[in-house]
Design a protein around this ligand. Structure first.
Ligand code: GLN
Length: 283
């Protein structure tokens, strides 16, 4: 039989080198780790190991899909957020690094050991709610999402991350929480303006539109949460909202009008005002 180069087995090192040219070294490594179900260290130590034909085929397939723009997190089904490992599918937004700020600000509001009630609206994968619950095991966390698929994923994550102090409900914002009051409400709602050009670029093209956009200015959900939150907060309770790069001022204004005091905005690591909040004025 004549030697056919395409039939030669490819090693881990060669596979990474080839794919790295198309999608970059880091993503190539993440996809190969996923296909082989091994650690980064394994790839380094065993770089001369040959891939089986199946492994090589799977890796080529995923690399190709990545080349066409599918987010790595959807291809591997995983994304790290606040040092925890989350399951993600195209039914939920991929947790963003800038959203870790929300977790930091929420934790700063809750002294460890204090029993209190916390609500996360539009939880998606459960990223914010589960990180808070994990770091404040005494708190009772409620997470809601309108999407049944998102609720299922958030529940999977709660189980995988071994978080017991959370209940995850399918609901439209506050519907389903009649009469309940919380010490802290957090939300990273859809806030991208309907015509925003980012929606046709990068990962956003593959993410659920329902989780991203909220009316012409992107303010519909923020407005509705701010309007309804006072009825669900104890006196002095805090509301924290993630919002778009140009929405801090309007959010602070809406918060003041709704009866919140100590209204503030906080920048993310890129220096963009990303989270605004306030505490319900005791009347
Ligand atoms: N920050 C996200 C983005 O534009 C949007 C998230 C959201 O709408 N909540 O990439």
């Amino acid at each position: 039989m004549k030697f056919n180069p395409s039939m030669r087995q490819i090693t881990i090192r060669e596979a990474l080198l080839q794919a790295g040219r198309d999608i970059g070294d880091i993503e190539a490594r993440m996809l190969l780790q996923h296909v082989l179900n091994v650690s980064q260290a394994y790839l380094i130590v065993h770089c001369e190991q040959a891939l089986t034909a199946d492994q090589a085929r799977s890796f080529r397939l995923l690399t190709g899909r990545r080349t066409h723009g599918e987010p790595v997190a959807y291809l591997t089904g995983r994304r790290e957020f606040y040092s925890l490992d989350f399951t993600v599918t195209p039914a939920v937004l991929i947790p963003r690094p800038e959203t870790e700020l929300m977790v930091d600000l929420a934790l700063a509001q809750i002294p460890p050991g204090l029993s209190c009630k916390i609500l996360d609206l539009g939880t998606g994968s459960g990223a914010i709610a589960l990180c808070i619950a994990k770091h404040r095991p005494v708190a009772e966390v409620t997470a809601v999402d309108f999407s049944a698929d998102a609720v299922a994923i958030a529940r999977t994550n709660a189980k995988q991350l071994n978080v017991g102090n959370v209940r995850i409900l399918e609901a439209d914002w506050f519907n389903g929480l009649a009469g309940e009051k919380f010490n802290l409400i957090v939300s990273n709602p859809p806030y991208v303006a309907a015509g925003d050009s980012h929606l046709t670029q990068g990962d956003l093209r593959f993410e659920p539109r329902m989780a991203l956009t909220a009316g012409g200015e992107g303010l519909d959900c923020l407005r509705s949460i701010i309007a309804s939150a006072p009825a669900h907060l104890v006196a002095g309770g805090v509301l924290l909202l993630e919002h778009g790069y140009d929405q801090a001022e309007i959010c602070r204004q809406l918060l003041s009008e709704a009866g919140f005091g100590d209204v503030f905005s906080h920048p993310d690591l890129a220096g963009i005002m990303r989270v605004s909040g306030g505490s319900l004025i005791v009347s």
